[in-house]
Design a protein around this ligand. Structure first.
Ligand code: GTP
Ligand code: MG
Length: 197
């Protein structure tokens, strides 16, 4: 797929104020700082489109980006950021899970996992929640440029083995780097394929 245009549409905390659910959309989710916003910029080849930061907790709202006038990429706030209050965490849970559960135009949840880490409980629990709610998802391993290919392969294999305890077959997965564009064609082709269904 060629990304001809990528345009910021709106930021929201309320599902009732989102754009009408008339175009397919793909939501990027994962722990704070995993690289959701950076991946959106890499996929669209627009550097400042989604706001990124070294400090976790940058993205706070549901952000819609319209691609090729045809479908949406959605940047979401991260989960698992230790330094936010309990009530903020509960707010996150409520509004993000409500969005994921109710958004009828959501085609697939893109779950981002840091390829440098061994399987994390919070990520596995989130995948299980998606499974329990019947929400289709794929895994996107991020930041592969930060360590050797061997280390990435090991962490990917471990995560897969954990996920196959619950999921059969294992959901599709992609290994990416926002830094060197690894995985860009694969992720865009996947979305293209779902849009064509
Ligand atoms: P929140 O919005 O806070 O949940 O974070 P996020 O998941 O959107 O992460 P963001 O894209 O803001 O990136 C966090 C940090 O990781 C930034 O400093 C990015 O430059 C860096 N980063 C993201 N992706 C990559 C990558 O593929 N490679 C490298 N080397 N750094 C990355
Ligand atoms: Mg972000």
């Amino acid at each position: 797929m060629i990304v001809k245009s990528a345009e910021f549409i709106c930021s929201n905390t309320q599902v009732s104020k989102l754009p009408p659910p008339e175009k397919p959309e793909y939501a990027f989710i994962g722990r704070s700082n995993v690289g959701k916003s950076s991946l959106i910029n890499m996929l669209t080849a627009k550097k400042g489109l989604a706001k990124t930061s070294q400090t976790p907790g940058k993205t706070q709202l549901i952000n819609h980006f319209l691609i090729n006038d045809d479908w949406f990429l959605v940047d979401l706030p991260g989960y698992g950021y230790a330094r936010i209050s309990k009530s903020k965490k509960e707010d996150w849970n409520k509004f993000i899970r409500f969005y994921l559960d109710k958004r009828e135009s959501l085609q697939c949840v893109m779950v981002l996992i840091d390829s440098r880490l061994e399987p994390q409980k919070i990520d596995l629990e989130f995948c299980n929640w998606l499974g329990e709610h019947g929400l289709p998802f794929v895994i996107i391993f991020t930041k592969a440029d930060k360590q050797s290919g061997l280390k990435t392969d090991q962490n990917v294999a471990q995560f897969k083995s954990k996920l196959t305890e619950t999921f059969d077959p294992m959901p599709d997965y992609f290994v990416t780097s926002a830094e060197n564009k690894l995985g860009r064609d694969e992720v865009l082709n996947f979305i293209d394929g779902v849009n064509a269904r």
